[in-house]
Ligand binder design. Structure first.
Ligand code: UDP
Length: 253
């Protein structure tokens, strides 16, 4: 244990290579995904990922509000990421702040590259992401939930978008950081991938890594995204494989 002022820095990696919660460096936190829990939305999904709990709801394609945002040749995607005041240890001020605006923007851009927006001109596809409980990696959990909700709403897409954060913890590259690792680690790199094409649609980084570490982080993150992707497909199958239920148009084959 080290000390910074009054704050104790936890030991992030044990001598036998285990992390603060016992995981190996390349291990994801436990994840459960439920597709379609909200009956009033056109599509929805609830994701529990470690201690994160995130709900996503999709409406549309529907009329554009405000109207001046309407585009004649395609649908617009409007994502709103919101972190509930009770989702974190220290109460967060309710409402949109710069962080949530930034996250909403990068998630919107990630989806713009997979959704076939030109099929629905003059409409809006509205995506709401509500973080009910947060423990690092909420933009990735939100993206995964929103991706499932878009598929559940039958929105045509080239593929599902998968996401995970990688980082540097006690000098080592680690998959899927939790809060202590995010706070006290050396780097945090959330990324989102379109698994079938291998295209990265979101990448951000806070902290420092050298070129080799960055390469290693991208490889580990890609592996993690592919693992999450399989879980996403299972979650969709769990809903739509029920006899008598139609496949949503948004789910890739
Ligand atoms: N967090 C917080 N209060 C805030 C914003 C974030 O306590 O106002 C916590 C929360 O647990 C979040 C983590 O810090 O998951 C990391 O936040 P970051 O901005 O890195 O985004 P995230 O990792 O959630 O995508």
């Amino acid at each position: 244990m080290g000390n910074v002022g009054a704050k104790e820095i936890p030991q992030l990696l044990s001598a036998d290579g285990r992390r603060i919660d016992g995981r190996r460096l390349d291990e994801l936190r436990s994840i459960t995904m439920k597709v379609g829990p909200l009956t009033r939305a056109d599509g929805s999904a609830f994701v529990e990922w470690g201690e994160n709990k995130v709900m996503a709801a999709v409406y549309g394609p529907r009329e554009v509000h405000p109207r001046h945002l309407m585009q004649t040749s395609k649908a617009i995607i409007q994502c709103r990421y919101n972190m509930a005041a009770f989702s974190v240890d220290e109460r967060k001020r309710p409402g949109q702040d710069r962080r949530s605006q930034e996250i909403s923007k990068v998630i919107t851009e990630a989806f713009e590259s997979v959704v076939f927006t030109e099929e629905f001109p003059k409409t809006s596809i509205d995506v709401y992401i509500e973080v009910l409980q947060a423990n690092a990696g909420t933009r990735c959990a939100g993206l995964v939930a929103a991706s499932l909700a878009l598929a559940d709403a039958g929105i045509p897409m080239a593929d599902l978008v998968s996401a995970v954060a990688v980082g540097k913890v006690a000098g080592r590259i680690a998959l899927d950081l939790k809060k202590e690792e995010d706070n006290f680690g050396e780097a945090d790199l959330p990324m989102a991938l379109v698994p079938q094409s291998g295209r990265l649609v979101l990448i951000q980084m806070e902290g420092h890594m050298n070129r080799d570490e960055l390469r290693q982080a991208l490889d580990l993150g890609t592996k993690g995204c592919r693992e999450i992707y399989e879980r996403m497909r299972e979650a969709l199958r769990a809903k739509y494989d029920t006899p008598g239920r139609a496949e949503p148009a948004g789910v890739p084959a």
